[in-house]
Design a protein around this ligand. Structure first.
Ligand code: NAD
Ligand code: UDP
Length: 326
């Protein structure tokens, strides 16, 4: 039986493929390479290049593979871009989910674990954020992911399909040998930008605002290590295979770091000065986003193991060995 990894050539998906193989799963990958990299997936893994919205293409993959479960990572996921091109986001993220769910039903595939996001919560009134926190997205990206969650919920009520939605907080890190890692074309995330600055690829990092309601004035985020994140996916898949009910989980380390603390940690790990400057606030940034992952502990037996220093250490290995990405 095979685990079908949709979006397996992307940042998170490629690490999922790697860990699934390491654990002895049979794996096949679907990716249209819109943001992914063929080189991030081992050459001997069955790789279907195509778009999940292409019904005939996906049906052909389901025909060929004996699928026990799906991990679904395909999406457009840039908040700013989603504000400019909302329909492109709904088309890919919601349209993709629609075809995947239809194809699962057609072929009797029962289980799916998929990437949701803290962006489904918008600007919550309270932190930490639990599964009981109301979901009120403030951008089309978050909205598209919330719609995906709802589609899965209704489909699981109507059929015998079960799903787990994993709402990631800030994902960072890389495989511990630095052989795969984060290689987004238009990088917007804090940790890779800091490390590109450490490499001298950027003159300085701009920290977006120091007038937030936090102890040092900069935003607080909860960073989850890639290895911990993939562990949660494997636990979720096994939970579903064992008959677990459909559910949603917030995934973070439950510890927040301010942007300045992240910068300081990166200076310590890299031994580099990493020039920085203080800039204006970036639109739409909540003061603090920290996950309450108690439920994932209780139901999946999952808990983040790795701290920010570990995350940055592995990300630094990747950036040093792949300064231009793949
Ligand atoms: P990514 O862009 O690196 O990976 C997405 C992969 O899906 C890429 O390989 C891309 O080519 C592929 N893809 C996109 N649309 C497709 C389509 N229609 N058909 C086939 N392939 C398609 O992104 P990532 O950072 O690895 O994120 C993976 C998932 O996790 C996304 O769904 C994202 O929304 C979610 N997520 C990521 C983060 C984060 O911090 N990286 C946080 C929360 C949620
Ligand atoms: N950030 C920053 N400078 C950058 C990129 C990000 O100060 O060049 C800040 C951003 O404003 C936020 C935090 O870093 O407060 C995390 O942002 P990121 O884009 O990495 O993730 P997000 O929390 O938006 O998903």
């Amino acid at each position: 039986m095979t685990v079908l990894v949709l979006g397996g050539a992307g940042y998170v998906g490629s690490h999922a493929v790697d860990m699934l193989l390491k654990r002895g799963y049979d794996v096949a990958v679907v990716d249209n390479l819109v943001t992914g990299h063929r080189e991030s997936v081992p050459a001997n893994v069955r790789f279907y290049e195509g778009d999940v919205r292409d019904q005939a293409f996906l049906a052909d993959v389901f025909e060929k593979e004996n699928i026990e479960g799906i991990m679904h990572f395909c999406a457009y996921s840039l908040v700013g871009e989603s504000m400019q091109k909302p329909l492109m986001y709904f088309n890919n993220n919601v349209g993709g989910a629609q075809v995947i769910l239809e194809t699962m039903e057609e072929f009797g595939v029962k289980h799916i674990v998929f990437s949701s996001t803290a962006a489904t919560f918008g600007i919550p009134e309270k932190s930490p954020i639990s599964e009981k926190t109301p979901q009120k997205p403030i951008n089309p990206y978050g909205e598209s992911k919330l719609i995906m969650e709802k589609m899965m919920k209704w489909q699981s009520q109507a059929t015998d399909m079960t799903y787990v939605a994993l709402r990631y907080f800030n994902v960072a890190g890389a495989k511990d040998d630095g052989s795969i890692g984060e290689a987004h074309k238009n990088e917007t995330h804090l940790i890779p930008i800091i490390l590109q600055t450490a490499l001298g690829q950027r003159e300085f990092i701009t920290i977006y605002g120091d007038d937030y309601h936090t102890p040092d004035g900069t935003c607080i985020r909860d960073y989850i290590d890639m290895e911990d994140l993939i562990e949660a996916h494997i636990k979720a898949l096994e939970y579903l295979k064992a008959g677990g009910q459909s559910d949603q989980f917030n995934l973070g380390s439950s510890k927040g770091y301010s942007n300045l603390e992240v910068l300081e940690t990166a200076r310590k790990v890299t031994g580099k000065e990493i020039p920085s400057q203080m800039g204006e606030r970036r639109a739409g940034d909540p003061d603090e986003l920290v996950a309450d992952s108690t439920k994932a502990g209780e139901i999946l037996g999952w808990k983040a193991q790795n701290d920010l220093e570990h995350i940055i250490t592995n990300a630094w290995k990747w950036h040093q060995s792949h300064p231009k990405g793949y």
